[in-house]
Design a protein around this ligand. Structure first.
Ligand code: MLT
Length: 241
């Protein structure tokens, strides 16, 4: 038997109950766009991000948190009552430095709140691929890569990212999980193609394109643009120093 820690990939929140989340690092993945926005805002100096499950909680907490911004989306659109959306490009240094972002999204923050008993929860996206991989290797603990997907349905972008992580870290882990293998094969199927060109086939790319958000997705598909590691401490995501 291998003495390396286990690594598994959960392709949808609907499958989460089949996986052990206890005592492992759970990586929340929502490439388009929640975990990309989280990496961008923290790298640009946000004090912290508070992910919340509902719009009501977001508004309520925003009212009671100093120097905060309420942000998020439902079905990809900014929700009435929230101040800002879920575009990483909205959170420039000038705007976000020193602020707390209270964030609610359709799938990403929902998955984060579904996870129980994890040793740590971190967030991953192409923007912080290397930070995530380096951290997982260093921690030497069991890992679950959790794809936020779209309303429980498999999606290409989160799976592709999970596959890139598997490819980078696999020699350090014991991987006996068909979804991890499938995600890695998806990554290899790119065969030199840029992630964004492949991801133009994804349903969420098409959904967000209808709102004119193509540049957001180009941004989200850039590898290591915001190479920070967001870690959940209590209710807040903070950069691991
Ligand atoms: C989500 O959590 O589903 C999203 O990040 C959707 C989006 O803003 O595009």
């Amino acid at each position: 038997m291998s003495n390396k820690p286990q690594l598994e990939v959960c392709l949808s929140p609907a499958l989460l109950h089949l996986f052990d989340t206890k005592d492992r690092i759970v990586v929340i993945i929502d490439v388009f766009r929640a975990t990309s926005t989280i990496a961008a805002a923290l790298d640009n100096g946000a004090k912290s991000i508070i992910p919340v499950a509902t719009v009501e909680e977001c508004i309520e907490l925003g009212e009671h948190t100093d120097n905060s911004i309420t942000a998020g989306e439902r079905n990809g659109k900014v929700v009435e009552g929230l101040q800002y959306g879920n575009s990483p490009s909205e959170y420039s240094k000038d705007f976000v430095a020193g602020k707390t972002l209270v964030l609610t999204t359709t799938n990403g923050t929902k998955l984060l709140h579904m996870v129980e008993g994890a040793a740590q929860i971190i967030t991953g996206s192409f923007l912080n691929l290397s930070a995530v991989c380096d951290y997982l290797i260093k921690q030497n603990m069991p890992v679950l890569l959790g794809c936020a997907a779209w309303k429980d349905r498999f999606n290409l972008e989160d799976t592709l990212f999970a596959g890139m992580v598997v490819d980078r870290v696999k020699e350090y882990f014991d991987i006996n999980c068909d979804s991890a293998y499938a995600a890695e094969q998806l990554h290899h199927s790119l065969n030199g193609q840029k992630p964004i060109d492949f991801l133009k086939n994804s349903a969420h790319y098409k959904r967000l394109s209808a709102y004119g958000l193509q540049s957001d997705m180009e941004y989200c598909a850039t590898v290591d643009k915001h190479n920070v590691l967001p870690v959940l401490h209590g209710r807040e995501l903070l950069i691991d120093k």
